[in-house]
Design a protein around this ligand. Structure first.
Ligand SMILES: [Fe+2]
Length: 189
């Protein structure tokens, strides 16, 4: 077989193994921008999901049942975001996250691998992470508005509301722990 023929065969194989791109009326710069933005949000949501589960599993102290359940509910809500985000990216013809390693390379929220975290420190950290997530979702909404991607924008609106609800509950849970003293509010960077 000639070299030319072999190279042609490789190209053909690569074309056959590439995932098909679903059609969309949005132009490719728009879909690239939206996919990039939403894949970063997806990595953050997976990171926050696992941190919330981590704190759910390692919760301790006198409020254990309430705190344990609160974080389980919040983790479920975060996990429920992941499939719709990834599928929005695919519907727009982009590729999405493929592995834990891909998440780790893409996430902007920090992990917490500490052996022990005080319950109120857990809430403060998650509250801050949810504030950052809301800010990144707003950034995503701006990108979608710019490119007239109404479907992704409308889903982001719901996720912002859910994120603000999680932040609210975490904030109030911290207040309960400081004997009525108002906890410091930290705005996202
Ligand atoms: Fe559990």
């Amino acid at each position: 077989m000639s070299t030319k023929r072999r190279l042609g065969g490789h190209k053909e194989k690569a074309r056959m193994s590439a995932p098909p791109t679903p059609p969309t009326d949005l132009p490719s710069p728009a879909t690239r921008n939206i996919a990039s933005c939403m894949n970063a949000v997806l990595a953050d949501v997976f990171a926050l999901y696992l941190k919330t589960k981590n704190f759910h599993w390692h919760m301790s102290g006198p409020h254990f049942p309430d705190y344990h359940l609160l974080l389980d509910e919040q983790a479920d809500q975060l996990f429920a975001m992941t499939d719709p985000i990834a599928e929005r990216v695919r519907k727009l013809g982009g590729s999405t996250l493929r592995s834990i390693g891909h998440i780790a390379r893409t996430q902007r929220l920090l992990d917490n691998d500490a052996d022990f975290v005080e319950p109120l420190d857990m809430f403060a950290e998650l509250r801050q992470d949810n504030l950052h997530l809301a800010a990144r979702l707003r950034d995503g909404h701006n990108v979608c508005d710019e490119h007239r991607d109404i479907a992704t924008a409308s889903m982001i609106e719901v996720w912002i509301d859910e994120t603000e609800r999680r932040t609210w509950f975490l904030f109030e849970s911290c207040r309960r722990g400081v004997s009525g003293k108002r906890a410091a509010f930290i705005s996202p960077a």
